[in-house]
Design a protein around this ligand. Structure first.
Ligand SMILES: [Zn+2]
Ligand SMILES: [Zn+2]
Ligand SMILES: [Zn+2]
Length: 219
């Protein structure tokens, strides 16, 4: 007999890669369970890795910004030198990219003393790790509630050749908030789609890759 856990391995990994806790049951090989922190009041996902600016409450978008010309760059870019201010690749050039707060009205961007103190090459901006100017979000970003709880979501795999009638039958015994990942093989390629039971999106287009799907599910 085919081991469904094997088929689900890449899917489980895509969730695990985003830091989610995954549980499997040896007796239930068509599914796994993921655990997420949700808001107790509106049940939106609670993003515990989110940070906010202590000064203005703006969220960390994980960007580097030049303190001189405001050019933004992803934090994955290795260099801390701004190529707009310093187009020549001279290694002695100052590192002006810092982890600034993106809110232009934030004190860290408007007050000249605060700017000098926070956005310098020593403190490296509001969102530099372990700075006292940022803190983990402790409120729901949707409704502002501080209450949260863990909730389990069941994730199923539908790997049959996609067929509307058959799929409808498959979803019959599912509950609201169950996640179904649809997987389809076509000319030796794999295509994915998904559905959250009770959600708005209806599957059938198979035009997303697994990472996109996981991002949409967790958004
Ligand atoms: Zn701020
Ligand atoms: Zn610059
Ligand atoms: Zn909420």
């Amino acid at each position: 007999m085919e081991n469904l856990n094997n088929k689900m391995r890449s899917i489980m990994f895509a969730f695990k890669a985003r830091g989610l806790e995954i549980f499997t049951d040896a007796n239930l090989t068509d599914r796994f369970v993921m655990t997420r922190l949700v808001c107790s009041d509106c049940s939106a996902f609670f993003h515990t890795n989110l940070q906010e600016c202590y000064l203005c409450g703006e969220i960390n978008y994980y960007l580097l910004e030049c303190k001189d010309c405001d050019t933004k760059r992803s934090i994955t870019s290795g260099s801390r030198m701004c190529r707009i201010c310093h187009p020549d690749t001279d290694i002695t050039e100052p590192e002006t990219l810092v982890y600034k707060c993106v809110n232009s009205k934030c004190v860290s961007n408007t007050d000249s003393n605060a700017k000098k103190e926070i956005n310098n090459s020593k403190n490296e901006g509001v969102f530099k790790r372990n700075n006292s100017w940022n803190l983990s979000c402790t409120f729901c970003i949707e409704c502002g509630s501080p209450k949260h709880e863990y909730k389990n979501f069941r994730v199923f795999l539908y790997a049959e050749p996609f067929d509307k009638t058959n799929y409808k039958e498959f979803t019959q015994n599912k509950e609201n908030d169950d996640v179904i990942i649809l997987k389809k093989y076509s000319s030796s390629k794999i295509y994915y789609d998904y559905q959250i039971i009770g959600g708005e999106y209806t599957p059938g287009s198979f035009d997303k890759d697994l990472d996109q799907i996981v991002d949409e599910i967790l958004a």
